[in-house]
Ligand binder design. Sequence first.
Ligand code: DHB
Ligand code: MG
Length: 223
Amino acid sequence: MATRSTFLTDELNDYITARFSSETDELRRLNTEAEAEGIPAISISPEQINFLQIMLRSINARTVLEIGSLAGYSSIAMSSALPPDGRLYACEFLSAHAQFIRRKVSELGLSNTITVLEGAALETITELFAQSDIVLDAVFIDADKPKYSAYLDLVLPRLRLGGLVIGDNALAWGEVARSATTTFEPHNVQALDAFNTRMSTHPQLLSTLVPLGDGMVVGIKIS
Ligand code: DHB
Ligand code: MG
């Protein structure tokens, strides 16, 4: 009989965060400044950026696409796991957020590594693909939940074999396994559930769900 999983209490979560955080002073400051400018405090957690960096380094990622960059916390964290000639495309829908990211990227001397694509990601990514024969090593999706599956369909043909697709909020704020969701907008929970199912059954992907933060669904392209 398989061992049941250990329930992750706040105490255990704090234990993990205290040991396996990749949050630098710069990133901490970024979140403080973002909040002061009215950007919602919904970035991924310090142990999640640590996990993303490990994932990127483990596949020698050079070219990364992020869909939904908020204030650039995860963009900047992921960029530090890339080689000097690496590139991260940060898609952000909201203009005020995109401007904030550009300012931070410039302040931190990352303009040669991070490119902000402002606007609707289905459009900006389509444009990026039309303009170049870019091949992606990894894609991190953390944007509008109902579009996760459309983002997957769009990027998968440009993801190399052995490349990764990672989606945030795979546990849908704890609501994903409930038959009737209460607290959060049901369409977002349903979209995340559908995305998890799609990731887990996709013939080109081998996937898992890692319960860090609000959960990350991770798929590696196998065919
Ligand atoms: C929300 C979005 C996120 O991606 C997240 O990680 C947490 C909250 C939101 O839209 O409320
Ligand atoms: Mg998220």
